[in-house]
Design a protein around this ligand. Structure first.
Ligand code: HEM
Length: 446
């Protein structure tokens, strides 16, 4: 049974949680008790067995915590924020919409967006003698947002609306993170009208999305193959009825949020790693060249480029954007002799699992070859879970892997990405795992 310790050092946790948490776990074992100011017992674990227990084997006893549900105030009740029978009904309805065929159709659209985003970088490099320094997190955030926004709404959004939507989402998320990380500010945020202001932003976002839904329904949707059309066309198995407009709105908003910052952060870390490992970029090119030559890839060709996928997978191991996943025990339970009383909050520390030396030799080293077919077969269950596990596994996981693989291939087709001397890049784990400051890299035209 793991030895449980209590840590009241929540200030240190708030400032820079990952090294602090990892230190505690190295000292006291893979599961620790925490006191984060609350009265309920809180556990944090990097034990793959316990994580499998809460996410999969006994998942019925472990709904998401209130922290996850709080997001519903701003985003509504979509897949990510709902529970129980309503969640299951929605998941069954929406899951088929993410099949391979739809992804194949979205690939062309993703490639067009990537071209749109890289065009100005290439032009700037051209104007500056062949290379340009790029704020990579900003570029990847723009790219990932445009990919998900166009995948959901295709061409319904104007350029101005696209920018407004990105701004609304950023502001709402930043505010929500503040209320979570600094709960003592809540009374002040109330008095100063901050809640009201952000509720208004969220209402504006919903109005915007509703206008696309209504326009699409009026137009009939012929020839549209985006995720909005998928939501509108879906029918409940038992009744044959579609979702209401409100439900479509909730689900569309969730896809925008869930599919935006996660991918943007993963892609930023990907370039951070590759710029420091030119030998891995060279290895990828050696694989790509004979298959694609100077062309852009098609969806059908992606399986013939396994090393590029391995680079993506290894990035998600080292920097899992969803670095922590929360659950709460609905009834008394236990795991291997560890009591898990009703109400216990459990944080599955995915980052910690991905950095365990007994699962991942030399865990800090960037080695895409760990994800070769042969080596992957040896991974124990729940050693690798960037997309979570069990029934609430990320519904966009194939979408995200495809998107990242395409961005990787398309950038390397046009540019060499080179390291630029800069202060050490630190992690900033909020809801997702971001770089603390901008990452600057040199993009050199090939
Ligand atoms: C690298 C990118 C991504 C990562 C690392 C990621 C990670 C995750 C994780 C860990 C969960 C489970 C959370 C939990 O169990 O509490 C999740 C759920 C979810 N993700 Fe993703 N995600 C990514 C991209 C996407 C994309 C692109 C979409 C949409 C197109 C998406 C849509 C969702 C939705 C709707 C859920 C909720 C599923 C449910 O509860 O049924 N994600 N994601």
């Amino acid at each position: 049974m793991p030895r449980l310790r209590s840590f009241r050092n929540s200030w240190a946790l708030a400032a820079n949680p990952i090294p602090v948490i990892s230190d505690y776990l190295d000292q006291f074992g893979d599961t620790i008790g925490l006191h984060l100011g609350g009265v309920r017992p809180t556990l944090l674990t990097r034990d793959p067995g316990l994580i499998q227990h809460i996410l999969q084997k006994n998942h019925r006893n472990y709904p998401k915590s209130e922290m996850s549900h709080g997001v519903a105030r701003y985003l509504g009740h979509g897949l990510l924020t709902s529970e129980g029978s309503y969640w299951l009904q929605q998941r069954r309805l929406i899951q088929p919409g993410f099949h391979r065929q739809r992804l194949a159709a979205l690939t062309e659209l993703m490639l067009d967006v990537i071209e749109e985003c890289l065009g100005p970088v290439a032009a700037a490099a051209q104007a500056q003698g062949g290379s340009v320094e790029v704020p990579v997190h900003e570029l990847m955030t723009t790219t990932a947002f445009r990919i998900i926004a166009r995948s959901v709404f295709s061409t319904s959004m104007t350029e101005a609306e696209l920018q407004r939507m990105a701004q609304l989402l950023t502001d709402i998320q930043a505010f929500y993170v503040r209320t979570l990380r600094q709960p003592y500010l809540r009374p002040w945020l109330g008095v100063s009208g901050q809640y009201r202001h952000h509720d208004a932003l969220s209402a504006e976002m919903r109005r915007l999305i509703m206008s696309y839904i209504q326009r699409r329904k009026a137009e009939g949707g012929a020839g549209k193959d985006d995720l909005l059309q998928m939501l509108l066309d879906a029918r409940y198995e038992d009744t044959g009825e579609p979702m209401t407009d409100e439900q479509v709105l909730d689900e569309a908003a969730i896809l925008l949020v869930a599919g935006h910052e996660t991918s943007a952060n993963a892609l930023s870390w990907l370039w951070y790693l590759l710029a420091q490992h030119p030998e891995e970029a060279a290895r990828m090119r050696a694989e790509t060249q004979p298959v694609l030559g100077p062309r852009r890839p098609t969806f059908a060709e992606l399986p013939a480029l396994p090393y590029s996928l391995q680079v993506v997978q290894e990035t998600l191991r080292l920097y899992p954007p969803a670095w922590i996943v929360d659950r709460q025990a609905a009834e008394d339970d236990e795991y291997n002799g560890l009591p898990l009383p009703k109400g216990t909050l459990i944080s599955a520390y995915l980052y910690g699992v991905h950095h365990l030396a007994r699962l991942w030799p030399e865990p800090e080293a960037f080695r895409p070859a760990r994800f070769s077919k042969e080596q992957q077969r040896e991974q124990p269950p729940y050693a690798y879970l960037p997309f979570g596990g069990g029934p609430r596994l990320c519904i966009g996981n194939q979408f995200a892997l495809t998107e990242m693989q395409l961005v990787l291939l398309e950038v390397l087709r046009r540019f060499e990405v080179e390291w630029v001397e800069q202060p050490p890049v630190q992690m900033r784990p909020l809801i997702t795992l971001r770089p603390r400051a901008e990452i600057r890299l040199r993009f050199r035209l090939r």
